[in-house]
Design a binder for this molecule. Structure first.
Ligand code: SAH
Length: 334
């Protein structure tokens, strides 16, 4: 998964811009400006809850086309003192996407920096946003067989010479007695490490973080099946068929992220639909619709429906926020 997405020459994200109706998939910020605007308001509100510190970082992990940041910056332009206080830090591995972000954000803010990884971001108070970032990080898969978990690997089929899934002959220490044969669970060690780093920064320096992704808490799981999927041109593909040419993602295990973040920060969890509704997406859409053509007003209604309603992204996507214990709960989680 890591090679297919991030190989320096052939990696999926390294070689292309995958977003939009003509690309492989579409994300919330690309559906409507309302999404980035709500996130921008959330950040500015969190900054106010902290007592409007003079210097704070606005960090985005995996910013794609830069659309979310552009909308967030525009929506917060008139919030007194916010733009003066922030410097923007974009964490992006893909040179193609970093270039797109640079073009899109030119003139949006005087202080915008790019980094290849989160570790490079200076350690001072920060507001951090990650939309559909953790789902792109590589997972390990374990399958239960006869009461024991074996890791699933990718190998080469001796007969066909093609890539194929295979199981490690060695089982891992975790017992699988409670799981039926074939049950699968996933772990994302890279994601857990980044989550722990984020929480450590927020504990030590202050701030807040917002993670949005399709995923689950363990208690919500109804079956133990793997969630890794490949998507190309808006269609699911067999996982090993289009390596480097299809997006590969896994659902985010928010329980694991929360455990990795530890008890030194408070964490909050809800659905994307509930979060955006509490943030006032309906009012904002109505305000925009007043000045819109009938076609634009209909597009706005459709966009809100896609982002919020339970049969679209509203329930599949979850939102997790963290902040220090002494801070009041962040907006959007009433
Ligand atoms: N947040 C954007 C893009 C989501 S796609 C949106 O919602 O539209 C995932 C993004 O994460 C891409 O920008 C990809 O290049 C980036 N990415 C993937 N793995 C990464 C890593 N290990 N470090 C930093 N960025 C990464």
């Amino acid at each position: 998964m890591e090679l297919a997405l991030s190989h320096p020459k052939y990696g999926y994200y390294i070689t292309r811009d995958p977003f939009g109706t003509e690309g492989d998939f579409i994300t919330a910020p690309e559906i409507s400006q309302l999404f980035g605007e709500m996130i921008g308001i959330w950040c500015a509100y969190s900054w106010q809850q902290m007592g409007c510190p003079e210097h704070i970082l606005l960090v985005e992990l995996g910013p794609g086309r830069g659309t979310l940041m552009q909308d967030a910056l525009r929506a917060t332009r008139h919030i007194s003192g916010f733009h003066q206080a922030i410097s923007v830090h974009m964490v992006e591995t893909s040179p193609v996407l970093a270039r797109l972000q640079q073009e899109k954000l030119a003139g949006c803010h005087p202080r915008i920096n790019w980094h290849l990884e989160f570790q490079e971001v200076p350690a001072i108070p920060m507001l951090l946003v990650a939309n559909e970032f953790f789902d792109a990080l590589p997972v390990h898969q374990y399958i239960s067989i006869g009461g024991k978990f074996h890791e699933q690997y990718v190998g080469i089929d001796k007969l066909t010479g093609e890539l194929a899934f295979t199981l490690s002959p060695i089982h891992i220490a975790l017992p699988a007695h409670d799981y039926p044969d074939g049950a699968m669970f996933e772990r994302c060690p890279v994601g857990e490490m980044i989550a722990a780093d984020i929480a450590g920064r927020i504990r030590d320096h202050g701030g807040a973080a917002l993670v949005i992704d399709y995923g689950y808490k363990r208690e919500e799981l109804k079956e133990y099946a793997g969630s890794v999927q490949a998507v190309k041109a808006h269609h699911y593909q067999k996982l090993l068929d289009h390596l480097g040419e299809a997006d590969i993602t896994a659902h985010v295990d928010f329980s694991a992220l929360s455990t990795a973040m530890g008890k030194d920060v408070q964490s909050f969890y809800t659905t994307q639909g509930a979060f955006l509704t509490h943030m006032g997406i309906d009012n904002r859409a109505m305000m925009l619709a007043e000045k819109a053509t009938p076609k634009q007003a209909e597009d706005l209604r459709n966009a809100v429906d896609r982002l919020v309603s339970s049969h679209n992204m509203g329930e599949l996507f979850k939102v997790m926020a963290i902040c220090p214990h002494h801070q009041p709960p962040p907006a959007g989680f009433q």
